[in-house]
Design a protein around this ligand. Structure first.
Ligand code: FAD
Length: 385
């Protein structure tokens, strides 16, 4: 990776440096040799999840009593960055460990935490969060999936789309209306364990512009019977509040992903332009290349400083929604610019799938869309003015 000449962030303690080394080694030995094969297949094999669990790459921030590594968000950040630097931008573990597991930890009852978190930590269960529907994305209050009271439990009906980990997931946190007459106050989070859920059906693994090996999918729920214990927490109508509380972390995960992808793009490009020749010189010797890469490196350093600042604040329990939204929107925008410029310096090879810069370019685009579009981020930021 390029030397960004940055001091180690304050939150990066000695044990995190060790974790970084361990994760880097494990990913290099166990995952990297299969990168192209999994990309060609368009899917990760199921065992990748259990291997990641055995290596301690899942649920690192969950308490040890629930099977996690007892770390903080900084542990997730270190692991996510290593996955991304190695080219595993499509692996859904940041969502599994950094989004799904925290919903259970923060809002689940003790019984729910004991039931689900240890299995998420080993990879026996793969997590997904199902918010988006064919008719509703940004406007979450408008979800139409319903969880209606029936006897001692609920009956779930509705359909979801664009769900990350949609083919592998067997624990899905579903955003549903328990009171369709209400807006935000009628929303609850209800957990579906798909291994025993008649009426649950997976739709297509959707073909996408990028993130080819991510199993983004449609999901269908037709009269799925769920016990009352599957409602996250003890009270209905808390879902919207729970989502709002957790979204800053989701946005920070996207922001740090954007930065790691920029780091990788600059490194790949700096290597390439020193080898490739035109007009009797390396491409690096053209002043235009030097200026382009100088700008890309500068943007990457600025992005990394900001994301490290946000991680530090989040670990201290002090990251507000507005700052997290700034990081998500601005760093994913910068990432789009940096990767586009880098790709240009590869010439035609930058357009070829076998060159990682080409995949980075395609994979990068969605960061401006998911986890709340960048327009929604700007709305949230504007409210603070
Ligand atoms: C690869 C991928 C993975 C995903 N993974 C998941 C997942 O795991 N779980 C999940 O629930 N969802 C997931 N999503 C869905 C994603 O979060 C939504 O696509 C996103 O929130 C936008 O919703 P939408 O697609 O319905 O767009 P829309 O809400 O229809 O927005 C369309 C356009 O209108 C703009 N817009 C909307 N409202 C406003 C407004 N008030 N002001 C200004 N502009 C506005 C948007 O910014 C956007 O440009 C994923 C999506 C993709 C592509």
């Amino acid at each position: 990776m390029p030397d960004l000449n940055l001091p180690r962030p304050e939150w990066m303690t000695e044990d995190l440096v060790l974790l970084e080394e361990q994760a880097r080694r494990f990913i290099a030995d166990e995952f990297v040799p299969h990168l192209d094969e999994w990309h060609e297949k368009g899917m990760y094999p199921r065992e990748v999840w259990t291997k990641a669990g055995e290596a301690g790459l899942l649920c690192a921030s969950m308490p040890e009593e629930y099977g996690g590594a007892g770390g903080t968000f900084a542990h997730e950040a270190v692991i996510n960055r290593e996955l991304s630097l190695a080219g595993f931008d499509t692996f859904g573990s940041p969502l599994h460990s950094g989004i799904v597991a925290p919903y259970i930890l923060h809002y689940g009852t003790d019984e729910q935490k004991k039931r689900w978190l240890p299995k998420l930590a080993t990879g026996e269960m793969v997590g997904a969060i199902a918010m988006t529907e064919p008719g509703t994305g940004s406007d979450l209050q408008g979800v139409r999936t319903k969880a209606e009271k029936s006897g001692n439990g609920y009956v779930l009906n509705g359909s979801k789309t664009f769900i990350t980990n949609g083919q592998h997931a067997n624990l899905i946190v579903v955003v549903a209306k328990t009171d369709p007459k209400q807006g935000a106050k009628g929303v609850s989070l209800i957990v579906v364990e798909t291994d025993d859920a008649p009426g649950f059906r997976r739709g297509r693994k959707l073909k996408k512009l990028g993130m080819d090996s991510a199993d983004t999918s449609e999901l269908f729920f037709e009269d799925v019977k769920l016990p009352a214990e599957n409602m996250l927490g003890t009270e209905e109508g808390q879902g919207f509040y729970q989502l709002m509380q957790e979204l800053p972390q989701e946005r920070l995960i996207v922001a740090l992903h954007a930065v790691a992808m920029m780091e990788r793009a600059v490194a790949l490009t700096a290597d390439y332009v020193k080898q490739r020749k035109a007009f009797g010189k390396t491409i690096m010797e053209f002043q235009n290349t030097q200026f382009e890469l100088a700008e890309c490196k500068t943007q990457t350093v600025m992005a990394k400083v900001f994301v490290d600042y946000c991680i530090g604040r989040h670990v201290a329990g002090d990251l507000d929604t507005v700052t997290a939204s700034m990081a998500k929107y601005k760093l994913s925008d910068m990432q789009g610019d940096v990767i586009d410029r880098c790709l240009q310096l590869f010439g035609g090879y930058g357009y070829m799938d076998e060159y990682p810069i080409s995949r980075l370019y395609r994979d990068a685009r969605v960061l401006r869309i998911y986890a709340g579009t960048n327009e929604i981020m700007k709305l949230l930021i504007a409210r603070s003015l």
